[in-house]
Design a protein around this ligand. Structure first.
Ligand SMILES: CC(C)(COP(=O)(O)OP(=O)(O)OC[C@H]1O[C@@H](n2cnc3c(N)ncnc32)[C@H](O)[C@@H]1OP(=O)(O)O)[C@@H](O)C(=O)NCCC(=O)NCCS
Length: 209
């Protein structure tokens, strides 16, 4: 117990680590200036199928089939509802209209690490939405989970995603080959990491916009 208190006090102030639990399963609705991130539901299926059925999206993520059908979208929503320990899947929607823009989520890698993943429909690119969504997602992860780091990966040629990763304060770790379903085999990816200490020092996100 004392060891645990000492460990927590060394890691940060209590208000920075409210009741962290490594294996939390809840995925709270997240709000940002322009966005609401919430669980995907059946009403998203048509928009999801439409926006995901795009090679410019599918070839940039690791596990999206292409072509992407309404059945794929329905299956995705069903699996997202099943959840999993430490995992969250979010629909990214516009706060003003409720329109579905894309998805993001986190998945545990090991006891101390989760990985972030995301995509937006092409009509919604380059308006700062993904950076805004990633900031609230990252804040939620570090505030509610007792983990030390978040990983992110992107294809070496994915300039937009690398920029999002940089604007969230991730640091380059290395490159490797990684399987991409829509590419039918491994592709060159870069691997980035944001650790808790860096997040605390950046958490106003003031310099990262
Ligand atoms: C990657 C992706 C999520 C980015 O979402 P987004 O909402 O467009 O991202 P943002 O607008 O927050 O930031 C994108 C940044 O990349 C920059 N960018 C995008 N394409 C660029 C290009 N070809 N050259 C230079 N900069 C580029 C934008 O200018 C912006 O940077 P800035 O704010 O400094 O100007 C979106 O493009 C996407 O879904 N792509 C397909 C799927 C994908 O790649 N998912 C990620 C897998 S790792």
């Amino acid at each position: 117990m004392q060891d645990e208190l000492l460990r927590q006090s060394q890691r940060g102030l209590p208000e920075e680590r409210p009741r962290p639990e490594r294996l939390r399963t809840d995925c709270p609705v997240l709000l940002s200036e322009r966005l609401v991130l919430r669980a995907p539901h059946e009403k998203d299926i048509d928009a999801l199928a439409h926006l995901a059925n795009n090679p410019n999206v599918a070839t940039m993520v690791s596990r999206m089939p292409h072509p992407y059908t309404v059945n794929d979208a329905a299956d995705f929503v069903r699996r997202a509802k099943q959840g999993g320990i430490g995992k969250c899947v979010y629909a990214i929607t516009k706060a003003e209209t409720g329109h579905f823009l894309g998805c993001c989520g986190i998945e545990p890698i090991d006891e101390q690490t989760v990985e972030i993943g995301y995509w937006l429909g092409e009509p919604h690119w380059n308006q700062g939405y993904m950076t805004e969504a990633a900031h609230v997602l990252i804040d939620m992860v570090f505030r509610t989970r007792d983990i030390e780091r978040i990983d992110a990966r992107c294809r070496v040629m994915n300039i937009g995603s690398r920029r999002v990763i940089q604007k969230c304060g991730f640091q380059f770790q290395g490159s490797a080959m990684f399987p991409a379903l829509a590419m039918g085999g491994p592709v060159a990816v870069e691997w980035f990491r944001l650790d808790r200490k860096t997040w605390i020092s950046l958490r106003s996100w003031g310099g990262m916009r």
